[in-house]
Design a protein around this ligand. Sequence first.
Ligand SMILES: CC(C)(COP(=O)(O)OP(=O)(O)OC[C@H]1O[C@@H](n2cnc3c(N)ncnc32)[C@H](O)[C@@H]1OP(=O)(O)O)[C@@H](O)C(=O)NCCC(=O)NCCS
Length: 159
Amino acid sequence: MITIREAGPADLASIGDLLARSGLPDDDIGDGRVEFLVAESDGEIVGTIGLESYPPVGLLRSAAVDTRMRGRGIGRQLVSGLAVRARKTGFTRLVLLTTTAEKFFYDAGFRKIERRSLSGGILGSTQFTGSRCASAAVMAADLAEFPADVRPVRSPPVS
Ligand SMILES: CC(C)(COP(=O)(O)OP(=O)(O)OC[C@H]1O[C@@H](n2cnc3c(N)ncnc32)[C@H](O)[C@@H]1OP(=O)(O)O)[C@@H](O)C(=O)NCCC(=O)NCCS
């Protein structure tokens, strides 16, 4: 069974390991700016997603699911869980950068936006100043309209 829960300090090492294995940066995850949700299966962290705070905008980042567990809906559950949590705590919009998963986020309700439409502290985040940023798509979703649907986690496809 997959459980989605808030991460604590004791989870940071596993989160960093999962991000590194997924080809995502993990160097700033312990600096206290990012809150994480994790997906757990049999006590093992198999997915994660982070929220960096630039009120009223949340920067969705560090979305990763263990390669063995992809394609079952865990990533989608993490996105929905993060959106629900962000809306409850007063965020109105989520923004993200992606070089690898534009369709995944489009299907989840995000749309591409112009980078120059953003302003403020979010542009100083490591996500926006990092080397991959130039080639990344910028996407956003308004939380008031965000789809609430969370489909159950699926079994792996039979091959
Ligand atoms: C992106 C990622 C988190 C998705 O996790 P996941 O658990 O496999 O996603 P889900 O199973 O919830 O996928 C939901 C849908 O998106 C599709 N999808 C998943 N990853 C996708 C991707 N990278 N590109 C396009 N579509 C994708 C799935 O096929 C599924 O479609 P379906 O419901 O029609 O079958 C995972 O692929 C991953 O860790 N990728 C490597 C790290 C990464 O690129 N993260 C994004 C950084 S911004």
